[in-house]
Design a protein around this ligand. Structure first.
Ligand code: ATP
Length: 284
């Protein structure tokens, strides 16, 4: 049995452009990998099986598909096809710590960890980034980790320097569908003739490198749809939080004790974690 892990991510900046012919949107994302990781174990078996455990609530764990639609099986199928290998039944165990449908790329992390594990299990040398890009916009970044600019649909990555700072991530028990969030954004923009991708100023990168909070931190075109789909997030925004990706996770840069006491009184779960963490890797 081969074991691998991969990190969740935050979008420190997220601009959404036009819809492309492949159905994805053009984006300009500044991704940062966080210290919350999912673990995936993979072994050759007589028949496919999937076991899901982890530190999340039962409601969250129940939201993870247990059938062939689980992204780990989709990753395995893509891996076998790409390597022209016969499809082999697999026993997969996912240990989930990344909140589900939370804008933290938990599914993408599981796909990336599965790919790393399969590469080791079958001793192949395939281009995992190419397979990852077929699986989803955030999967290549889950492989890479650290901090990176994501363009195209998010799969074209340019690593950038960043200091390791602490984040607090708050999230409700319920998720937001990424598809629904993009559809709502498209609806809100339907009247607009031209949709321009916004880019952050060059001081954004310098602040990240120095571990200082960039003034444009958290600019995110999906924040408006997230608030529309989950109005209770307003409480977190008023406390100074930023929506990650399609939400509903909201993150705070270098949280202080006042924020933590406010969150202790709230309905939200929260976790402290570090940014700029490694991408998918084998575990012993
Ligand atoms: P992203 O930010 O990449 O758009 P997300 O972090 O908001 O995604 P995920 O946790 O990846 O959301 O879950 C999105 C959906 O993917 C879930 O609602 C679930 O139905 C499906 N899914 C498939 N496989 C998994 C998996 N292994 N873990 C979590 N969700 C999965």
């Amino acid at each position: 049995m081969i074991s691998a892990s991969a990190p969740g991510k935050l979008n420190l900046f997220f601009s959404v452009g036009r819809t492309r012919d492949d159905g994805y949107h053009d984006v300009y994302s500044i991704y940062q990998a966080i210290g919350i990781r999912d673990f995936v174990k993979v072994a050759v078996a007589e028949a496919d099986s999937l076991q899901i455990t982890g530190s999340l609530s039962n409601e969250q764990l129940d939201a993870v598909p247990k059938d062939q639609t689980n992204i780990c099986f989709l990753a395995a199928r893509a891996f076998f096809e790409h390597n022209e290998l016969d499809s082999t039944p697999l026993a997969i165990e996912i240990e989930k710590h990344i909140p589900v449908a939370a804008g933290l790329a938990g599914g993408s992390a599981d796909a990336a960890a599965t790919l790393i594990a399969l590469q080791e299990l079958f001793q192949t040398e395939s281009d995992l980034y190419a397979i990852a890009a077929e699986l989803g916009a955030d999967v290549p970044f889950s492989l890479l980790g650290g901090t990176a600019i994501g363009s195209g649909s998010g799969t074209e990555l340019e690593p950038i320097d960043s200091a390791e700072v602490e984040f607090l991530i708050a999230y409700p028990n319920q998720g937001i569908s990424t598809k629904e969030s993009f559809a709502l954004l498209d609806g809100l923009r339907a009247e607009k003739e031209e949709i321009q991708l916004r880019l952050p100023g060059s001081d954004f990168y310098e602040d990240l490198r120095l571990g200082e909070k960039p003034p444009q931190l958290g600019q995110n075109d999906l924040a408006v749809p997230a608030l529309e789909l989950m109005p209770s997030l307003q409480e977190l925004i008023e406390l100074g939080g930023n929506v990650s990706g399609s939400g509903p996770s909201v993150y705070f840069f270098e949280p202080d004790a006042t924020l933590i006491s406010a969150l202790q009184e709230s309905e939200f779960s929260w976790v402290l974690t570090s940014g700029n963490q490694p991408g998918a890797r084998l575990e012993v």
